[in-house]
Design a protein around this ligand. Structure first.
Ligand SMILES: [Fe+2]
Ligand SMILES: [Fe+2]
Length: 231
C-alpha cells in the first residue's frame, strides 16, 4: 500500500459500501407492497433537485460536483485529457441517474401489484447499469487521476486540497459522507484520514468526524483509532 495521500480512496470506499448496501436492499424489496415500493423509491431519489437532500442518487450526483469543483480544476493544468475523460464519465453517469429516476416515477404511479413487480425488475436492471458505470468510474479516477496528482503535488498540497474538499461541504452532508466512509476504511486508512483532518484549517471538521467514528465503528476499532489519533 502506498503511503502517499490518496484523496479519492476513502470517499470511494464509502460510496462502494453505499452501492453494495442499496443493491442488497433493492434486490429484496417486495414491489407488490405499495408502501415498500414508495420507501425504496424515495430512498433512491426523493428531492433530487434539492442540494440538501441526502437521497442515494443525490449523494452519487453531488460527489461528482464536489470533485469537479475541488479536484478536477487543480488537475486540469497538468493533464487536460484525463480530466476531460472523467467529466465525460460524469455526464454518462448523470444520464443513467435520469433513467433510474424515470423508472422510479413509473413504479410509484403503477397501482397494479403484478405490473409493479415487472417495473421493479426494470428498476433493478436500471440501477445495476448505473452501478456498473459508477464502480468502473471510481476505479478509473483512482487509476488515472491519482498518479497525476502524485506527480504534481506534494502530500502537504494534497492534504490542503482534501481540507478544501471537506470544508466546503455543509456539515449535515459531511456527516452523511462520514457515516458511509469511516466504517468502510481499514485501521491504517482511518488513522491517515483522521490525523490529516486534525490539521485542516477552519472550519475544522476533526471533532465531528471523531464523533461520527465513535458512533459508527465497532468498539474495538474505535478504541484503536482513539488511541492513535487522540480526541
Ligand atoms: Fe467522479
Ligand atoms: Fe469519485
Amino acid at each position: 500500500m502506498s503511503e502517499r495521500e490518496n484523496l479519492f480512496r476513502p470517499i470511494h470506499k464509502g460510496i462502494r459500501s453505499m452501492i453494495y448496501d442499496m443493491g442488497s436492499r433493492l434486490g429484496t424489496t417486495d414491489f407488490r407492497d405499495p408502501v415498500a415500493t414508495t420507501r425504496i423509491a424515495e430512498e433512491l431519489e426523493a428531492n433530487l433537485a434539492l442540494s440538501t437532500s441526502n437521497c442515494f442518487l443525490c449523494l452519487l450526483s453531488v460527489h461528482s460536483q464536489h470533485e469537479e469543483r475541488d479536484f478536477f480544476e487543480s488537475v486540469r493544468p497538468h493533464d487536460e485529457d484525463v480530466v476531460d475523460a472523467m467529466l465525460k464519465e460524469h455526464r454518462m453517469i448523470q444520464a443513467r441517474v435520469r433513467q433510474v429516476v424515470r423508472a422510479c416515477g413509473e413504479l410509484q404511479e403503477e397501482s397494479d401489484p403484478t405490473r409493479r413487480i415487472e417495473l421493479g425488475d426494470r428498476l433493478h436492471m436500471e440501477v445495476s447499469d448505473l452501478f456498473v458505470s459508477y464502480l468502473a468510474h471510481l476505479n478509473n479516477e483512482e487509476a488515472l487521476l491519482v498518479p497525476v496528482m502524485w506527480e504534481h503535488f506534494t502530500d502537504e498540497q494534497l492534504r490542503s486540497l482534501r481540507g478544501q474538499f471537506y470544508n466546503r461541504i455543509p456539515l449535515p452532508r459531511f456527516e452523511d459522507w462520514m457515516r458511509w466512509t469511516l466504517p468502510a476504511l481499514n485501521p491504517h486508512e482511518l488513522v491517515v484520514l483522521l490525523s490529516g483532518m486534525k490539521t485542516d484549517p477552519a472550519p475544522n471538521r476533526f471533532a465531528d468526524a471523531m464523533r461520527i467514528a465513535k458512533e459508527t465503528l465497532e468498539p474495538d476499532r474505535w478504541s484503536l483509532l482513539e488511541a492513535e489519533v487522540g480526541s
